[in-house]
Design a protein around this ligand. Structure first.
Ligand SMILES: [Zn+2]
Length: 99
């Protein structure tokens, strides 16, 4: 299953979320920012799955890119290959949606 990346593209991101309610989202800060934080979520998670507001400053795909896939394993592999070296596993699993 391909990974789709949304970068400064909230409209297509939320469209993907709505079309893939069983899918997964890897929240990825831009390299060099926020320690390259990588967190896996289900696409329905409150942390990633709805709009904050229409304000550009509250974009979901501005500071954090969204890597999306209908399967979890491709995102786990990507996260392992691009991991945060400060983190023992390299990425986090959301403690709210438990992907
Ligand atoms: Zn989550």
């Amino acid at each position: 299953m391909p990974i789709v990346i949304f970068d400064n593209d909230d409209n297509n991101y939320f469209n993907w979320i709505s079309l893939n309610p069983e899918g997964f989202v890897l929240n990825s800060s831009r390299i060099g920012k926020h320690d390259n934080n990588l967190t896996l979520h289900k696409s329905t998670c409150d942390r990633v799955g709805h709009k904050r507001s229409n304000d550009r400053a509250n974009s979901r795909t501005d500071i954090y890119l969204k890597h999306c896939c209908s399967k979890l394993s491709p995102l786990e592999h990507w996260a392992s290959a691009n991991k945060n070296l400060k983190h023992p596993v390299g990425y986090y699993r959301c403690a709210i949606c438990f992907p």
